[in-house]
Design a protein around this ligand. Structure first.
Ligand SMILES: *Cc1c(COP(=O)(O)O)cnc(C)c1O
Length: 374
């Protein structure tokens, strides 16, 4: 059997080990230290944002953002239905209620139109939402300007889940910097990785300082251990942050490599009917193309997304269906949702293609061969 080609695997730059060694040699083996501080500075500079707190995961970052925005029991939070469950779970951690919002067909992200309808409908019911979580899926920026405008009109704060969109931008402004808080993830499958980790970013100095406080068990300022709030153990370790510093050095290269993957797939599917790519709607959108994703129109192509996935699987090449919308998930189907059929259509037709920045020419050749023979 030929070696497996993964959807998206870690791709180290080389310098990570030096930062880790330095941490060990200087005994900074703790959830604080110079790598943590410098990783935060590197991210802040890259995003052009003032404050960054690196954390144990992207999920932790979403959870803290909700707490900082005062989301509590029985509050409602609007969130994209077309996403990974980690966008929604922290709403439940707060005993609040997710209200699921469908996608538009251009970026596959939250539909501004449905969002406004949902806000009006919840307000009519006397349940004005406490926050909006908008996701930039597969690296494609959502229609964030319109979404932020609507949020401002109704005075509802915005959390941007940019876990998949580090380095993506809209009109030159980086994803994660439009809302009140932005969320990044450095999980093993993301565009850069620290093995596991995340970040909360904002221009709100007090908010991020509060996030650090909550993430380190909410210790009040006293010589003994004193607590007046519930805390969390959500900080990133100085070892892990060392990996992050090394990864930041190659981030732009990784984005370029993933964008090349997108071009490669455009080329090899060029003569196939019924293949629709998720692509930048116009020159204002810049996607990191974390994953290259397609829709397959069976009527034109003569095959389904699962036919193609199984053909790849036979050659030990990993492909995946798109995210299954949250309103179709057994655990979330009971919550209110505002739907237009787009996310269900995406789920029924879509496929994620192998998109690692470390795909070799030989691997690309194997992928191309499957498409050619299919
Ligand atoms: C990966 C991911 C998360 C969660 O990040 P973790 O670091 O794995 O906790 C949240 N939202 C989306 C859209 C993701 O893809």
């Amino acid at each position: 059997m030929k070696p497996r080609i993964y959807l998206s695997s870690p791709h180290l730059g080389g310098n990570e080990i030096n930062y880790i060694n330095e941490a060990i040699e200087t005994n900074w083996v703790a959830p604080l230290g110079p790598n943590v501080d410098n990783f935060e500075k590197d991210i802040a500079k890259y995003l052009n944002i003032s404050e960054v707190a690196v954390l144990s995961s992207g999920t932790a970052a979403i959870h803290l953002a909700l707490i900082l925005l005062g989301v509590q029991k029985d509050d409602e939070v609007l969130v994209s239905t077309f996403t990974f469950s980690a966008s929604v779970n922290p709403i439940i951690y707060q005993h609040a209620t997710p209200v699921l919002v469908d996608s538009e067909a251009e970026t596959w992200n939250m539909s501004p139109e449905i969002l406004e309808k949902a806000i009006q409908s919840r307000i009519e019911k006397g349940r004005k939402p406490k926050a909006i979580i908008v996701v930039h899926l597969y690296g494609m920026p959502a229609k964030i300007e319109e979404i932020v405008q609507i949020a401002e009109k109704y005075k509802i704060p915005v959390i941007e889940d940019a876990a998949e969109a580090l380095g993506s931008s809209f009109k030159g402004k980086k994803a994660g910097t439009f809302g009140d808080f932005g969320v990044l993830s450095f999980n093993g499958n993301k565009i850069i990785t620290t093995s596991g980790g995340g970040a909360l970013v904002s221009n709100n100095v007090e908010g991020i300082s509060n996030a650090r406080f909550l993430a380190t068990q909410a210790r009040d300022n006293a010589p003994h251990y004193q607590h007046s709030q519930i805390g969390y153990n959500y900080r990133m370790s100085n070892i892990v942050a060392g990996i992050g510093r090394g990864q930041m050095e190659v981030l732009d290269k990784r984005i370029e490599q993933r964008r090349q993957n997108f071009k490669f797939y455009k080329e090899i599917f060029k003569n196939k009917e019924g293949i629709i790519f998720l692509e930048e709607p116009n020159e204002f959108f810049f996607s990191n193309y974390w994953l290259t994703t397609i829709l397959i129109d069976e009527k034109k192509s003569g095959f389904t997304n699962s036919d193609l996935r199984l053909a790849f699987e036979k050659e030990n090449i990993e492909c995946r269906p798109l995210w299954k919308p949250m309103h179709l998930q057994p655990i979330f189907e009971k919550y209110p949702s505002y739907l237009n059929g787009v996310s269900e259509d995406l789920f029924s037709k879509g496929l994620c293609l192998p998109s690692g920045s470390n795909l070799t020419e030989e691997e690309k050749f194997r992928i191309e061969k499957v498409v050619k023979l299919f």
